[in-house]
Design a protein around this ligand. Structure first.
Ligand code: ATP
Length: 634
């Protein structure tokens, strides 16, 4: 958040005293939401709360409340703002703060399954000598931020002391302790989806706007579209809220658009299983086929200051990790055909490149690159950037231009440099045989297959953050299965036997339900792992073992076959292949939709997806879409 000076802070505190927002009010809101299943009702609870803040307090407070609601402390792309503290430190903190032994806290936790509730109960049992100052939203937000940012030798002690400070200030008659602990764990578990927060914000701002005499359904729908669009271009709540406050929500898009230095959520593609499926979808339309390179997505930003930043698919700043990409970008800028680039955003795939044989290397080679403290002179695995789109050029967003027009900007203003910066190879053809040949050629050229994209008109605009039907992916290896691999979260493991003694022998995987924030089991996997994979996964996951499944894991509690030997924190995503999907008596993906969950048959491990966070995993809705498509086709 924008920093205020000490003096300003004091002034603001003085002025806004009346508008002070106590944490207990927010905790009450969380409690209400937790016990409500109707999305509409949840949205109205939230929008009323937000409206109240707009009326009686300052927009800065709304920013903090929104972040606390989605359990974050700033935009995704800002580093070191992650909560998600481990159980051990939380148990220690709760035990120290409330004077109960760790063993007792642990035992309660096993029984109740929710550390938040254990903390709240412990708080009730604790006598208070004096009444601490009431917790307010600002102090909770600031303390959580300090905890997230604490690093170094004493960080554990520092964190525990900050947690203590907050827990001691919790009022035993309220549920504050429960939600503080859940926030610290990194999961509020109130079933609040982020999309609901955006809709609630739109409603609050529309109702607060005095220039709108009557709020109609149409106006509301417009406000929701506007805020969604603004957020997909600038995924930053602070900017959105401050601009909506200043200019009115309906004018938001004039003030919030693509900005170099703020990574937008990338456009994603829908899977397809065959060239004929592609032809059916794009009948009579003009489309293009591009090589689908197998590397890591890289959003290349050049800011008006000249600074270069590289962002991952996940909006993480990778500039430190890829200093060679920063240099390549500077080389591109130097190689202008007379034109001067003042700012830009390119969408590219960074691919490992063999400089001796001048060819693409497989993804496995790229993944051997060091992730931290990378010095350009030590780099052994070189990279070529394959640019497939341009989203911003010389102070102008291009996302509402057709792909044909965007391509022209790219080709007219940039020069390729073999082995460093190249344009994605493409073929604009409507001929089935030609496309089939191009697909085969892409494989020979070490690509994964093709991306097929609409070329002209509104349907070819760049749609940030959408998995769009206007982009299809055709992966050669997956044509015989469901058309694509799935990216699933590891939530448990099975102890290895025989040859696998000493490591895990298999894993329990889950899809992510974006509506409820829960992880729903989809399969057990034990195939596709090399001995090295198993050893490194054991080393990586062993420290994340937990005694009790997370309350937000959805699994068959009555069937021991559906449960792993050890539960794990949700930290890691596996890319897996499956023969097909089927309804299962024991797994739970998308179970609300079918009564039974969907599971993967014959799953096979491909790789760990380091570039995906657990919330970017294949969603339960995606799993059910895969299932439906398969049912249609089969
Ligand atoms: P998803 O989120 O769709 O599952 P993913 O990260 O698992 O994506 P894929 O499904 O394999 O990856 O396909 C999309 C990715 O392909 C893009 O995110 C991008 O990194 C990569 N890619 C390679 N070549 C292209 C191209 N020509 N156009 C668009 N994306 C490309």
């Amino acid at each position: 958040l924008i920093k205020l000076s000490k003096q300003e802070e004091a002034k603001e505190d003085h002025h806004s005293h009346a508008g002070r927002l106590y944490y207990t009010e927010l905790a009450d809101l969380f409690e209400k939401i937790e016990h409500e299943s109707s999305r509409l009702t949840i949205t109205s609870y939230m929008s009323n709360f937000f409206l109240h803040i707009l009326k009686h307090s300052k927009p800065e407070k709304l920013v903090k409340v929104v972040y606390l609601c989605i359990n974050r402390l700033g935009p995704d792309y800002e580093p070191d703002l992650e909560l998600g503290l481990g159980e051990t430190i939380l148990i220690k903190a709760v035990s120290e703060c409330y004077g109960r032994s760790s063993a007792k806290i642990k035992k309660d936790y096993h029984e109740v399954g929710d550390l938040g509730i254990v903390a709240q109960k412990s708080r009730i049992g604790q006598p208070t000598m004096f009444k601490p100052a009431k917790l307010d939203v600002d102090s909770v937000f600031n303390n959580l931020t300090k905890i997230a940012k604490a690093t170094g030798k004493d960080s554990q002690a520092k964190k525990i002391s900050l947690i203590n400070k907050m827990l001691t200030a919790c009022d035993s008659k309220t549920n504050e302790a429960k939600f503080i602990v859940r926030s610290l764990e990194g999961k509020l578990r109130i079933g609040l989806a982020e999309k609901t927060v955006l809709i609630a914000l739109a409603q609050a701002f529309i109702n607060w706007d005095k220039s709108i005499p009557k709020v109609t359904t149409e106006i509301l729908a417009k406000a929701e579209d506007v805020i969604r669009e603004a957020f997909s271009q600038i995924p930053n709540y602070e900017i959105i809220i401050m601009k909506a406050y200043e200019f009115g929500i309906l004018n938001l898009l004039e003030h919030c658009h693509l900005t170099p230095g703020i990574p937008l959520k990338p456009m994603l593609a829908k899977p397809t299983k065959s060239v004929t499926e592609v032809m059916d979808r794009f009948q009579n339309e003009e489309f293009t086929c591009e090589y689908k390179y197998d590397g890591e997505r890289a959003q290349v930003h050049v800011l008006s200051s000249g600074e270069v930043r590289i962002y991952s698919r996940n909006s993480e700043d990778m500039s430190q990790r890829y200093p060679d990409l920063v240099s390549i970008t500077k080389d591109i800028l130097k190689l202008q055909d007379g034109s001067q680039i003042s700012s830009m955003i390119l969408d590219c795939e960074a691919v490992a490149w063999d400089r001796e044989q001048n060819k693409i290397l497989p993804f496995q080679v790229l993944s051997t690159r060091k992730r931290k403290d990378v010095e350009e002179k030590d780099i052994k695995v070189h990279i070529c950037l394959f640019a497939f789109d341009i989203l911003y050029y010389n102070d102008a967003p291009l996302i509402t231009k057709s792909l044909t027009e965007r391509r022209k900007v790219l080709y007219d203003n940039f020069n390729s440099i073999t082995g460093k910066f190249q344009f994605a190879t493409h073929k604009d053809s409507n001929d089935l045989d030609e496309i089939q040949q191009f697909l085969d050629q892409s494989m020979k050229d070490s690509c994964e297959g093709l991306m097929i994209k609409m070329l002209n008109g509104v349907d070819s605009y760049y749609e940030p953050s959408k998995r769009s039907r206007n982009w299809l992916k055709l992966k050669k290896d997956y044509l015989s299965g469901v058309g694509d691999s799935l990216d699933l979260v590891v939530i448990g493991a099975y102890i290895g036997k025989g040859k696998r003694t000493g490591t895990y022998g298999g894993f329990l995987l889950a899809s992510y339900n974006t509506d409820t924030g829960e992880y729903e089991t989809t399969c057990k996997i034990g195939t596709g792992f090399s001995d090295e994979d198993l050893a490194s996964l054991h080393a990586k996951l062993k420290p994340t073992e937990i005694d009790t499944p997370k309350p937000y894991y959805v699994y068959d509690t009555s069937n021991s076959n559906a449960q792993p030997d050890v539960w794990l924190e949700p930290t890691t995503v596996f890319e897996v292949l499956t023969a097909d999907l089927s309804l299962s008596p024991i797994y739970k993906a998308a179970f609300q939709q079918y009564g039974k969950g969907i599971s993967l048959r014959f799953p096979r491990f491909i790789r760990v997806r380091d570039d995906k966070g657990v919330e970017d995993a294949t969603s339960s809705t995606d799993v059910s879409e895969f299932y439906e498509r398969q049912a249609n086709v089969g």
